[in-house]
Design a protein around this ligand. Structure first.
Ligand code: DC
Length: 227
């Protein structure tokens, strides 16, 4: 994109497996923006809670934990990695167990408050693509361009299955579909910052769309906003 165009803050919300990560990374690269995966931050909290034996409904324990956490994204030879208190936990947070635990801790006020301020800090200066569940509704209600990316449960489960195939203890397609349904239920029905499209979000259903089609569709909206 032309260097004279203004820097935007772009949000992409939606349920698990809708293609947010792939699309967000491509968009950020094409635009020369930074990419922030906010789900990784929730997974980081979940990982540390498990390590410290703090259960997902122990609000006091979670609050204490968050006060000592230092979650940072660092780019190195392995790509963009998540570090927690200087330790790379990027691989450890990508398990089905961490997906469910992240969804559980993300419903707790102490965790959301801690990550809200962390995400706002990361958004300073714009020129960023933020992916998550509440980016356009709660964290950045004034974002320049908001997308909500969705797809059918079956399609999302198949995509996750392909990503996990061959990995240690990879789950079956049925298990993934059940986890996705369960997570949708948690994320959409929690009291705090539930997963939903912002009123001014552009809604895209990727069930029948390939990555390129989604990216091009998004770029056409972004270009309109940046000129
Ligand atoms: O995007 P993900 O699958 O890595 O997210 C893991 C969980 O974190 C998700 O089930 C709900 C929670 N989450 C959230 O509540 N708000 C966000 N902005 C991002 C993720």
């Amino acid at each position: 994109m032309n260097k004279n165009t203004k820097l935007l803050l772009i949000t992409i919300d939606g349920p698990a497996g809708a293609g947010k990560t792939t699309v967000s990374k491509i968009l950020a690269e094409r635009l020369g923006y930074k990419y922030i995966d906010t789900g990784a931050l929730y997974r980081g909290v979940a990982y540390e809670a498990k390590k410290s034996n703090i259960s997902s409904d122990d609000d006091a324990g979670l609050e204490k934990l968050c006060a000592t956490l230092c979650l940072e994204f660092i780019r190195n030879e392995n790509g963009l990695r998540l570090f927690s208190n200087q330790i790379d936990i990027s691989d450890e947070i990508r398990t089905p167990e961490m997906s469910m635990l992240a969804s559980a801790v993300s419903a707790r006020k102490a965790v959301r408050e801690y990550l809200l301020s962390r995400q706002k800090e990361l958004g300073k200066g714009k020129g960023a693509v933020f992916e998550g569940r509440d980016m356009g509704t709660v964290v950045f209600p004034l974002a320049d361009v908001k997308f909500y990316l969705d797809a059918s449960v079956k399609t999302r489960a198949k995509r996750r299955y392909k990503e996990l195939i061959g990995k240690k203890d990879s789950p079956t397609l049925e298990e993934i579909e059940d986890d996705i349904k369960h997570r949708d239920e948690n994320d959409k029905n929690r009291k705090l910052a539930p997963l939903k499209a912002a009123e001014d979000a552009i809604i895209i259903d990727s069930t029948e769309l390939g990555i390129d089609a989604v990216v091009n569709h998004m770029l056409s909206h972004i270009i309109n906003c940046s000129s």
